[in-house]
Structures are given as C-alpha cells and as structure tokens.
Design a protein around this ligand. Sequence first.
Ligand code: SAM
Length: 469
Amino acid sequence: MYDVHSKHAEDFINHEEILETLAYADENKHNAALIDTLIEKAKKRKGLSHREASVLLACDLKEKNEEIFRLAEQIKKDFYGNRIVMFAPLYLSNYCINGCTYCPYHAKNKHIARKQLTQEEIRREVIALQDMGHKRLALEAGEDPIRNTMDYYLDSINTIYSIKHKNGAIRRVNINIAATTVDNYRLLKEAGIGTYILFQETYHKESYLKLHPTGPKHDYAYHTEAMDRAMEGGIDDVGIGVLFGLDKYRYEFAGLLMHAEHLEAAFGVGPHTISVPRLRDADDIDSSSFKNGIDDDTFAKLVACIRIAVPYTGMIISTRESQKTRERVLHLGISQISGGSRTSVGGYCEPEPDTEKSEQFDVVDTRTLDEVVCWLMEMGYIPSFCTACYREGRTGDRFMSLCKSGQIQNCCHPNALMTLKEYLMDYASPKTKAIGDALIEKEVFNVPNEKARSVVLENLRLIEQDNRR
Ligand code: SAM
C-alpha cells in the first residue's frame, strides 16, 4: 500500500504502486488529451505527482515531447534564472566494508590503493580547492565504521571551515556519507553541514539487495529511511539521487518522486537537491556489464521530467558527464555542477600515477574550474559561488517557500553577480575575466528592483577596488 506518510520505506516507496504507475504510464503514453492536461497542470509550476510525471516520461509523441522540453526550460529559467551554482567533491577516504557490485571501493577490491586523508592532508587539499576558487564542497567517503568514524567527519568539517587562506574560505560543506543514526545526523547539523546527500542507488528492492550483497548498506530499509532520520536530527537540506544504469530508469524515476513526495508530506519540505549520476567505468568496474544504461536522449528527457515534476528542487550534475552532455541538460533543469573535480583521495594536491588508482569513477569532464566557468559564461550562464542562503539560515522549508514564491530571484541574482566578480578578481585567467566582466555589466541590469540594483553596482565597484564588505 502506498502511504506517503508512513515511516516504513516499503510503504512510501511501494513496489506495487510503482508497477501500477508504470502500467498506467504505458497505457497513456499516446493519450494526447491526458498529456495536454498534464502539461497544462505542470505550467502552474506546482509540480506533478509520480503517476502524472511518469506519463510524461513515457510519452513518445514527438510534438508533446517538444512541449515537455520547452516547459522544462521555461521552469528552469523562472525558478533559477541563468545561474549555475559551482561546487567540488572532496574525497576523504575510500576505505569501505560494503560489497556494492558497481563501486570500486567494494571491500573485495584488494588492489585499489586505500587512503584516508589526515587533517593536515585535508588542509592541503582544501587550500588547493580554494586556490581554484571553490567555496562549496561535497565531502565523500566509503563506509568504514572503524576508520571513517563520526568523530573523523566532525574533525574534518571543523578543519575545513577553519581554513582561511588568501581570499579563500569554504562557506558550505555538504556531505555524502553512509546512512547513519539520528544522533549522528544531529552532530553533523551542529557541525554546520549544508546538505546531507545520500543516493538511493536503486529504489528496486530486489535489485538493491543483489547490488549490495554484503555490509551495512545491504539493509534496504535502513538506507531508504536515512533521510527521515536526517530530518529528525534537524538537517533540513537533504539531497537524494539514483545511480542510473543499475535498474530500469522509469522505475527509478517513479521511486525518486515518491521519495520526494514522502519527505514533503512527512516533514513539510521536499529534498533540497536531486542528483542524476550515471554509472561509469572505474578501477575494476566495467559499466557495460550493467544492462540498464540509458542513452543521452533518454537522459535529457529524464532531466526535463524531473524539472517539471519538482520545480523547486535543485538538480545536480557531476563530472561523470561529458561537456557535451552537460551542455545539453543544463538548460533543461540543472542548477548545480561540479568543476575541476578529482575523484581520488588526495587528488587535488597530487594527481595519481597510473599505477595507483584510488578514484571512485573515471571523470569524463576533465576541464579545470576556470575552463568550466568560462564555458558557462560563453553560453550566457552566471556561475555562482554564492552560499548566502546558507549563511543567513534560509535553508529547508524557508528556502522552499522563497523558491516556490519566486522571491529567490531577487536575492540570488545579485549575490551570484557579486560572488562571480570576486572569483574573477581572485582566480580567473585573463580570458575568463574579460568574458565575466562583460557578462556582469550586462546582467546587473536584470536585477529587478532599482534600489537593489544600485546596491549591487556599488558593491561591484568596491570589489573591483579590492574593498570587500
Ligand atoms: N559511502 C556513501 C554511501 O554509502 O552512499 C557514499 C558513496 S560514494 C562516495 C558516492 C556515490 O558514488 C555513490 O552513492 C554511488 O552512487 C556513486 N558511485 C559509486 N560507484 C560508481 C560508479 N562506478 N560510477 C558512477 N558513480 C558511482
């Protein structure tokens, strides 16, 4: 039975309900009248249910699909403007006791170089990231309760927030670590994390159990109910995601939306972000041996349908995707991307020799942050290094209500321009700086409120003179 409020994973991500949803979507994938009604409903920008959105995902009517893409693009513009938030992952440790069959960290992999950063190594990695211009990190680690303890994570977060170096400071630390207890989530919250990120990997329980044959992650309910515990522990920004390629994408899509519906119903606030990673080759992982991979067209449709179904939820794409794919999906709904990423432990200070692989997956977009920033601006996007919402406590439900009412535009656009200006002054190459300055000059006139515009102009002038507030 699908019970959106239930505390039990198998009620709120109910297998029978997903199968019925998929059958309903199949029956209606050519039903132009219903699809028109759903598109009209989605235009109200209040989102769609998992059943409704699944019909749009299944739809294979060319004209209707074009409408779906146009609507996703419009919703993206309305809610997020042309801003793209920048971040980088920081791999702390690849020690892991789980047996995930798709991940090179799995415990049986005896030849991967295992590493855990010391606090001094974290300092060095963070300074390297600050020297690129990053302000926002996502911490990553395998699951190893003896080595990767909660104390280790808390020390690492403290270390990172305390590093001041030139003009750099990491202002938001997000964290992607294994499911844990309410008490530990409370400690993470007290340490000042931004978003707690945990990918479901797959919502298909039977597949989940096979893909995670050993270790604590085998417990499907404990993993699936992690966000409930995180919210009970006071974390109001949670990031969910699926690893596309493990099971059928339409099943995962319905599961993702049901998870979002559940969090909204049970806690009054849906997920802050949804990530859309696709399975990649890695050390001893051959992604072609997994049979549910999706092509780029399907991936684009998926991004568009997520955008329409949950307009107020940020969407993240990593360097698992190529420049070309990222370019294709950015305007359909992505609001955050990583740049200049290294997925090996310690990789920012010392790129790994070929003989020593500890990367979690092969990075496809290998450009530097400066190149990514320049590329975004050439396409008319504003790379944003802003973390103001987090600093001012506008997270969780407060952020959602701002976003739902469209108000976020009034403060995000100015903040994005000012933080971009700081980035250009401190870190950009001459080419990137020239493109960025021209973009800012144009974009400042898109600040809607006149008073706000003159404040921004004054702040930009002060930043230019290296006089920062
Ligand atoms: N240990 C944490 C957990 O249990 O969720 C964090 C996992 S890991 C550092 C972050 C994510 O990388 C995983 O959740 C998984 O979705 C993804 N990942 C693992 N293997 C991958 C692969 N071969 N290709 C792409 N992504 C992968």
